[in-house]
Ligand binder design. Structure first.
Ligand code: B12
Length: 441
């Protein structure tokens, strides 16, 4: 008789020196594993291993192993799957990459959960217990409702001072490079506000004063966001999230978000070159508005983090230098950069997979922090790599960290927060100096 026990593993990634990224502390803890644990049901005994901060318990006596796959951590995920298979375990995989390239990944495990796992207890776990596990499970969630995540399984681990909460999943936009657009196809699912508030209250009860709203675009529904923020405000907590920079164009909503305790938002600006945005099907944003919008957000009391890509078709050495100047002049608190990478399973990958500009076809080496795998119109892959590290070093030079964080108005308005941000910037700088892009912390 099979026992109701499962070990859930969030694999880490390999860095640019091909070493596994291991840390003393993971500041951003995802929701995936605590939520999956809850979705197993109370009668299941669940253990979670976050490989970035923990060792894999290879000798576990648990038979069922569940492995996540976030971006290029799928490479490590497959290695883990192979080893557990060798040890006679039953291995199930899920998450973004396993869903996007399920046929490829299936070779290494017993079963793949494609897309959302909300009904996997009913289907997959019961089948496992009955010995009738199928190779693939695909579920389409039309209405999102999730149990209270089992946060207590991660709160004793070495994590930051906030926990993740999810209000919605997916995004109404269809940007060509984005895995979320690929999986959700323009769909945005939202949970009922009382259910979201139940989770936020739990986070507070557990002693956390901050939370990370992990939605991909919390602005997708204006009224919903307003109502949610009005409820959050009552709890006197602070929170972070990510959304479209277009928030700056809605002063009423922006004020409501700021008043509810939001202190930092991350914006996928992608590029300062309009032609690049257009080619990526993101022409609903215009880089010429970015500086003004960033100012508006900072003036509302919210710190700005940005996510941008390098190696796009219209990029040149000059445009990448201008990107550095852009984030420095606009006092971006936490700028992050990625090399555009054709993620298998996305339309972008299909478009370039046979092109002679794709200089590396070994998808198992792909990473958003390089080495670059594709020449662009004006730059070779090698030049893109050089410019990528030049950009990070420039933006995180001591002089430019001070310019962005200390010599600006928000330092006077929020000195404690700014000192914290200064610490974060020096932490990122330390990693950059060791050839590690600060994309996983
Ligand atoms: C929080 C977060 C992080 C955190 C925490 C990571 C961690 N180790 O815990 C940090 C900042 C560290 C991080 C780092 C990275 N991330 Co990240 N991250 C997120 C974010 C914002 C939320 C993740 C989350 O909690 N989601 C909520 C849960 C409930 O949803 P879910 O993960 O999709 O899980 C559901 C299903 O997919 C399924 N499922 C998932 N895993 C499994 C496993 C099994 C066994 C089963 C049955 C089902 C299943 O069940 C869940 C419930 O339905 C997402 C965006 C997003 N929308 O998810 C990006 C995201 C997942 N990250 C992404 C990437 C690429 C990365 C990095 C590789 C680097 C980077 N940023 O580019 C690293 C790799 C981290 C690692 N593995 O070590 C991409 C993945 C794209 C892709 N094609 O795979 C996303 C989608 C962001 C994006 N827009 O591109 N990330």
């Amino acid at each position: 008789m099979k026992s109701k026990r499962i070990l859930l593993i969030q694999p880490t990634i390999y860095d640019n020196n091909h070493l596994l990224v291991k840390k003393d502390k993971l500041y951003f803890i995802g929701l995936t594993m605590p939520l999956l644990a809850a979705e197993c049901g109370d009668d299941w005994d669940v253990e979670i291993c976050i490989e970035t901060i923990e060792d894999i318990p290879w000798d576990t006596d648990i038979d069922l192993i569940g492995i996540g796959s976030m971006g290029h951590s799928i490479i490590r995920g497959i290695e883990i799957a192979k080893e557990f298979k060798r040890r006679g375990k039953t291995v199930v995989m899920g998450g973004y990459m396993a869903s996007l390239v399920s046929d490829e990944v299936k070779q290494y495990c017993d079963c793949i959960m494609i897309g959302d796992a909300e009904s996997y207890r009913k289907q997959m776990l019961d089948d496992y217990l009955n010995g009738t596990l199928k190779p693939f499970y695909t579920t389409t969630v039309e209405k999102l409702s999730t149990p209270l995540p089992r946060y207590e399984l991660v709160t004793r681990k070495k994590i930051g001072d906030f926990l993740p909460v999810q209000a919605g999943r997916g995004c109404p936009n269809r940007c060509l490079f984005c895995s979320i657009a690929c999986l959700y196809k323009g769909k945005y699912l939202r949970r009922e506000i009382p259910e979201v508030m139940r989770d936020i209250r739990k986070v507070k009860e557990l002693g956390f004063k901050k939370f990370l709203l992990i939605d991909d675009n919390i602005l997708s529904d204006r009224k919903y966001t307003m109502d949610l923020c009005n409820e959050i405000k009552k709890l006197h907590m602070t929170w972070y999230s990510q959304c479209s920079i277009k928030l700056a164009e809605d002063p009423e909503l922006l004020k409501c978000v700021a008043d509810s305790g939001c202190i930092c938002l991350s914006f996928g600006l992608e590029t300062i070159t309009a032609g690049n945005l257009k080619k990526m099907n993101k022409s609903w944003e215009d880089p010429k508005d970015y500086s003004r919008m960033i100012r508006t957000i900072i003036d509302a009391g919210i710190d700005v983090a940005t996510e941008m890509m390098i190696g796009l078709e219209d990029d040149t050495v000059e445009s990448i230098k201008a990107t550095a100047k852009f984030v420095i002049d606009n006092k971006v608190t936490a700028p992050k950069f990625y090399i555009i990478t054709p993620v298998p399973g996305t339309p972008f990958f299909e478009e370039v997979k046979d092109s002679k500009d794709l200089v590396n076809k070994d998808i198992y080496t792909y990473s958003p922090s390089g080495p670059a795998v594709k020449n662009s119109k004006h730059l070779t892959a090698k030049e893109i790599d050089e410019m990528y590290w030049w950009l990070y070093n420039e933006v995180y030079s001591i002089k430019n960290i001070y310019k962005r964080i200390v010599f600006c108005r928000s330092f006077l308005r929020h000195p404690f927060r700014s000192m914290f941000n200064l610490g974060v910037n020096f932490f990122y700088r330390y990693h950059i100096k060791h050839n590690i892009a600060p994309i996983i912390i």
